[in-house]
Design a protein around this ligand. Structure first.
Ligand code: TMP
Length: 207
């Protein structure tokens, strides 16, 4: 059996880690082989790249450098972790992927949606997720949760204007990739968000 590549997307503070963690546990309880991973990161080289990108002291990082580092980290993570797991028939649940770059670098950094898509095409060899779950949360709720974080990385520290552009970027992502992306209302209680996400994944597995 070929595995599945499933990604969670959404703005900072949308609850991706909490929901992905719970969903992975429940899939494992049902007997599925599941790998829970994240971008940027998930393996040693990509976690090192993550540290460089998110280090608050790297204030001079150029937006194109940032976009290329995310793509580089993505490439290595795919090759070392995602591709082998899918080949072994596992379900890979990944927090963030290509769509984050389209929203954050394409819109947030104003590099352009198609420009960022094109550098990523070189990195991903046309690998799109089988399913992307977008955790839809009111922009202000996300920003409030972000404000409560004790440590803020370089991206968390960006302006409200930046996060607003990211939301706009995600709306464009949802328009362009509507067949691949399912939206879950993340303003519901936690259990409903988890259950809705799980239902979508089970439906994909049964397809
Ligand atoms: P995280 O906090 O969700 O782990 O993600 C780290 C930050 O990196 C988050 O602010 C979103 C940002 N990001 C991008 O800007 N572009 C990308 O391609 C990815 C994967 C993340």
């Amino acid at each position: 059996m070929k595995g599945l590549f499933i990604t969670f997307e959404g703005p900072d503070g949308s609850g991706k880690t909490t929901v992905a963690t719970a969903v992975c546990e429940r899939l494992k309880e049902k007997g599925y082989e599941v790998i829970h991973t994240r971008e940027p990161g998930g393996i040693a080289i990509s976690e090192d790249i993550r540290k460089i990108i998110l280090d608050p002291k790297n204030t001079s990082m150029d937006p194109k450098t940032e976009a290329l580092l995310y793509a580089a980290s993505r490439r290595q993570h795919l090759v070392e972790k995602v591709f082998p797991a899918i080949k072994e028939g596992k379900i890979v649940i990944c927090e963030r992927f290509l769509d984050s770059s389209l929203a954050y670098q394409g819109y947030g950094r104003k590099l352009g949606f198609d420009e960022v898509l094109s550098i990523n095409m070189f990195a991903i060899d046309n690998t799109y997720p089988d399913l992307t779950i977008y955790l839809d949360v009111d922009e202000q709720v996300g920003l409030d949760r972000l404000a409560d974080r004790s440590f803020k990385d370089r991206l968390d520290q960006e302006s409200i204007e930046f996060h607003h552009l990211v939301s706009e970027g995600y709306r464009e992502v949802l328009r362009r990739f509507k067949d691949r992306i399912s939206i879950v209302d993340a303003s519901q209680d936690k259990e409903s968000v988890i259950q809705d996400s799980l239902d979508l994944i089970i439906k994909k597995i049964d397809d």
